[in-house]
Write a protein of this length. Structure first.
Length: 343
């Protein structure tokens, strides 16, 4: 409680910025509240360089609130539904995640992109945008500048995908009497949920499909999101093992395991059990909504702690990395759908 009181001023500052950012994100879902929050924070910090007593609370929000939001995201997971309807897309998801992580590793070595930036952009592109970055950043000890840069790169290609993919789908000859093929394409090739839903909803509107495409795309997206669990655990093991190797050459599994990921898994399991016992899935909507708001709150804090001038000066390589991952994921998704006879 004492720590909370010490951080109160910084938390209040973040809330004052995050609440309007969250509301604006609902009006402009393609952009989304987290991006609006992080941009607002970055602009404000250009003029508010000395944050004084608020600094501790802002730092606390960007770390602890972020991890708590990831835990609450687990209440949006029903493993049963995902297993039933996500099997068709699983080979595509595995391949798109694999190609993005390979590209991120290769370009990290070739262009000497900092490893943490490369990791964040790689997992953000391949799994689920801001949520994956939120889950990964504490595991690899990424700082706020690195998180902000990765979020900015992901956002840029999210907007392009949301606008371009419905047109691209039509040009490529996706079926217009069903939302199956385009739903899988949107769910596997677009990283952030807001842009997935925007593109899928546009396709439904274009061809009067009700919510066929949207339902398919969201289910595929939830299946992708599960990859957060193994990816973050592997990164945690690698990160701690490397640190121990440099220090004592002693590896501790207990220290490596990020507890908030365990809580995320438990939340998903709890949700699945409750739904199968007859509890309506909508009962968990308030927790899911709270998780979304807390991500906006945390991203606002990240923006307040970021050096926008530095981000612009060092942004060319991460942007190229994001573009390469995005193109690679798109091509692999299309190729796999062709091979599997979906498209």
């Amino acid at each position: 409680m004492e720590r909370f009181r010490n951080n109160l001023l910084g938390i209040v500052v973040c809330l004052i910025i995050a609440i309007p950012a969250w509301l604006l994100g609902k009006v402009f879902p393609v952009i989304g509240g987290p991006v609006i929050g992080i941009i607002a924070g970055m602009i404000i910090t250009l003029f508010w360089t000395n944050k004084g007593y608020a600094a501790a609370g802002i730092g606390w929000t960007s770390k602890v609130i972020l991890q708590t939001a990831v835990v609450l995201l687990g209440f949006g997971m029903d493993f049963g539904v995902i297993i039933q309807t996500g099997g068709q897309s699983l080979p595509i998801i595995v391949c798109t995640i694999g190609i993005a992580l390979i590209i991120a590793w290769v370009l990290h070595k070739w262009l000497r992109i900092p490893s943490k930036i490369a990791t964040l952009v790689g997992v953000g592109s391949s799994i689920c945008g801001g949520s994956a970055i939120a889950a990964t950043a504490p595991v690899i000890d990424a700082d706020d500048d690195e998180v902000a840069q990765a979020i900015s790169v992901i956002f840029f290609f999210n907007v392009i995908a949301a606008v371009l993919f419905p047109v691209l789908g039509h040009l490529l000859g996706f079926a217009t009497n069903s939302g199956n093929a385009f739903g899988i394409f949107a769910g596997t090739a677009i990283n952030d949920t807001s842009s997935v839903t925007a593109a899928a909803s546009t396709w439904d509107s274009m061809w009067n499909l009700g919510s066929q495409t949207l339902d398919k795309a969201v289910t595929v997206k939830l299946t992708r999101t599960l990859a957060i669990i193994p990816i973050t655990l592997i990164l945690a093991l690698m990160n701690t093992k490397q640190a121990d190797g440099e220090a004592k050459n002693h590896f501790s599994l207990k220290r490596a395991f990020p507890m908030f990921i365990l809580y995320f898994i438990l939340a998903a399991i709890f949700t699945t059990i409750c739904i199968h016992l007859g509890v309506a899935a909508t009962a968990f909507n308030p927790l899911k909504e709270l998780a979304k708001f807390m991500i906006v709150l945390a991203m606002t804090a990240v923006g307040l702690n970021s050096n926008v001038v530095k981000l612009i000066k060092t942004g060319d390589k991460p942007l190229f990395l994001g573009a390469t991952c995005w193109v690679g994921i798109t091509l692999v998704s299309l190729l796999m759908q062709r091979v599997m006879g979906i498209w």
